[in-house]
Design a binder for this molecule. Structure first.
Ligand SMILES: [Zn+2]
Length: 160
């Protein structure tokens, strides 16, 4: 579950001004915990003196990048690589599929650039598209699907 994030009016931020945390909370109407979270997420802040100072251009750039990345959704064959910090395709388009519930499956691949493991959850409705788009190497947990689809469940009368 991703929390819905707000879109901030970056026009309010003057690139040439320094901002304290309090000024940011007032300017953008956010809680100071939100600003602390931004620091954790990589917003640069000058902590030499109190109050801590954020440069306007840094703030603009940080929030801008974040708001942009939200718009760009990964395509089916793209994954977010935590090491590359970017969207990447799967190595040789090889993927493993692990069914996690009747509606959810997890796609597991390796980053084509740095070989880091990447994965994402997809709706099982997309299974056909996924099978067409990837070289599926392994399927795990298909029984989860079979349980709910009576047409696939002909050899035993198990009902759930
Ligand atoms: Zn990578």
């Amino acid at each position: 579950m991703t929390k819905r994030r707000r879109t901030y009016n970056l026009g309010l931020i003057k690139a040439t001004l320094p901002y304290s945390v309090n000024e940011i909370t007032e300017l953008l109407g956010v809680h100071k915990n939100t600003v602390s979270q931004w620091f954790e997420d990589g917003l640069r802040v000058n902590q030499d003196k109190r109050p801590w100072i954020v440069r306007g251009d840094e703030l603009k750039c940080f929030l801008g990048a974040r708001q942009n990345s939200r718009k760009k959704k990964c395509r089916l064959t793209e994954f977010y690589c935590l090491k590359c910090h970017d969207r990447r395709e799967a190595y040789l388009n090889i993927a493993d599929i692990i069914f996690e519930s009747p509606t959810k499956l997890r796609l597991k691949v390796i980053c084509a650039v740095c070989s880091t493991r990447m994965n994402k959850v997809q709706n099982t409705n997309n299974l056909e598209k996924i099978q067409a788009a990837f070289n599926i190497q392994k399927l795990e947990g298909e029984h989860i699907i079979e349980c709910i689809d009576p047409s696939l469940n002909s050899d035993n009368g198990e009902t759930k």
